[in-house]
Design a protein around this ligand. Sequence first.
Ligand SMILES: [Zn+2]
Length: 425
Amino acid sequence: MGPGAFKSCPSSPETLLKYYRCRYPVGFDAGFRRAIMNIGTARADPGEVSQGWLDVTDLPTGGTERLPVVVVAGEHEGPTLWVTASLHGNEVTPLAVAQDLVRSLSPTDLRGTLIAVPILNPAGLRLTKRRSYYHRDDPNRYFPALDREGTPEDEERAKPPRTQERIDRRVHDAIAESANALLDLHTAQVGSLPYLIRDQVCFGPERDRETAEELNETFDAVLSAMGLPVVNEFPVPEYFERNFHRTLSGSVLNTLGIPAATVELGGHTVVDEAVRERALCGLARVMATLDMLDGPGTLDTPDVFGAFGAVSDRTSNGTNANETATADSIDSPVSHPVKRHDGPRVSNTGIVRHRLEPGDIVEAGDPVAEVVTPHGEVTETVESAHDGYVLARKPGVSVYANDAIYSMAVRDDSDRVVPRDGDGE
Ligand SMILES: [Zn+2]
């Protein structure tokens, strides 16, 4: 796919502009707000780049926990895109992507504003752990949200919010004041295929069905531009049972009504350079779809890589850094829609021998793994119950009865716009 890749996106920038003008009629008369943008101590006039900090909590040992923020304010009017990263502290390719994106953007070429937060969970990052250490909570389950009846969940709580929830609220409030779209960058299991998670859009007391359909259409356009396989999120009601409506993207999409998605950029713990390059290119295409950039070629990637050069500079095919910015997208291995699925599950306790790799296609009934004894004798052949493909293997080889052994993307025919209190599929 070449520089024109984003043009295959089903919604034109004009459609998106119409959407935003309709959504923000006040102050958007000439298109978009073009004001001084400040997040925490980062404060940028149009045409400026500002680095700063967003204070999120005091620390018992003195000082303050603070999140790094970069505001790139374009010289020209346009929407505000948030790119957030490393909400799980061991997911580090996103951190590199967010840093490189802001370093490769020029405010002169930019219409609108990019707000990047490369480290959303400093307490997790210091330890290379998913969770923050304040109370060992998962930071991606505490963003403000409406429950299935459309009531704000925090109003019903008996207990006051703990530190991580207070931090999540602080971030959420900053996003609510400024964002037109958000991409929250994560990683999945070791060796995972990169993919995008697409939440269902709920309608109910907070928005009618027509508005939800419109939001879903805009959301689709943003997702297509990223150039990664799209995997539908666990459907309602499992979505609510797993607290996924309180993830950052779930909260921004379904509570604030702003297009938002979780992007899974391969595996955790170390930066995957090939995935980092693809993600930068995908984000440039998203920004082109939002009419913020002319295209991926606008990114000044050589500056990012400095003396080291891009990964593809160092490969034998001699691809240069500028071509890197138009690197191929990753297509879905299958043509039908898919949703996330944890499975299949084993019946026996033992040692699992996975037989499939990330990206492998399966049909219902296909053998996918064996369970063996400590001496290596097979006690069970595990079959897939669904059509789909493998996203990743679950970590480890020790399994107990009913453990899921793969993260899968399986055939899905559910509606993408659903009643908040409905039964989903
Ligand atoms: Zn994550």
